[in-house]
Design a protein around this ligand. Structure first.
Ligand code: PEP
Length: 251
């Protein structure tokens, strides 16, 4: 039985004061909810304060990126063991903004995934196609290539300690959500690619949908059989919206 997960991706938003207000409201709104797992992935400098706000709650925390290197002369980078010092449960790897704006190839993303797992952190591996790729009919090829890079480096069993987030690039921050059926079709495809290698891993794999999930569309997405939760960007910055999305997962 797969556990459901709703994770917020705060991106580069927030400050010490607004983070505390947001988390106080989210903690309050989700108090006692044990039917699903919840997490927020926050900017690095806020990890200590977020940890201290969340450590006695049912909400985990994580980061949005990690270096593929363990240590060394990599100015500005953050290693997985540093994230471990702040007890991060999750780290997002391969977000489309990192792939597009920071030139992260599928190989680099696979190395980051490996680095996270070596430190015992659960990577949330983002995969997804652009609008152009969808319109030219290559969605499945793109997703398979993104998955294969990770499987080649870490093995298919590594997915037992990972989460995949299907995030169509055209739906991120655009207000355009994939229809529940469009998302379900890609989630089924992801499971089928993995199932060819290891059917047990495929069955147990948690696959989130991300891309303009809001309080008013979460329930129809989460009801789909292969959607195990969501990766939430913009709506995770508004406590009442994030709580409502988490509650849609419980129902
Ligand atoms: C994201 O960036 O991971 C995301 C899903 O963003 P949004 O929910 O704002 O589309």
């Amino acid at each position: 039985m797969r556990r459901k997960l709703v994770a917020g991706n705060w991106k580069m938003h927030g400050n010490l004061v607004t983070n505390k207000q947001l988390l106080d409201e989210v903690i309050n709104g989700l108090q006692g909810s044990r039917d699903a797992d919840y997490a927020v992935c926050v900017p690095y400098p806020y990890l200590p304060s977020v940890k201290s706000s969340l450590q006695n709650s049912n909400i985990a925390w994580g980061a949005q990126n990690v270096s593929q290197h363990e240590k060394g002369a990599y100015t500005g980078e953050i290693s997985a063991s540093m994230l471990n010092d702040f007890e991060c449960r999750y780290v997002i790897v391969g977000h489309s903004e990192r792939r597009a704006l920071y030139g992260e190839s599928s190989l680099i993303v696979a190395e980051k995934y490996l680095a996270a797992q070596k430190s015992g952190i659960i990577p949330i591996l983002c995969v997804g196609e652009t609008l152009e790729q969808r319109e030219s009919g290559v969605t499945e090829r793109i997703i398979e290539e993104q998955l294969t890079a990770v499987i080649n480096l870490s093995g298919v069993e590594s997915l037992q300690k990972a989460v995949i987030a299907y995030e169509p690039v055209w739906a991120i921050g655009t207000g355009k959500t994939a229809t529940p059926q469009q998302a379900q079709d890609v989630h089924t495809f992801i499971r089928s690619v993995i199932s060819k290698l290891d059917s047990n891993t495929a069955k147990e794999l948690i696959i989130l949908y991300g891309g303009s999930v809001k309080a008013n569309n979460a329930a129809e997405l989460f009801v789909m059989p292969d959607i195990d939760g969501g990766l939430i960007g913009g709506a995770s910055l508004v406590a009442s919206d994030f709580v409502a999305i988490c509650q849609a997962m419980q129902n």
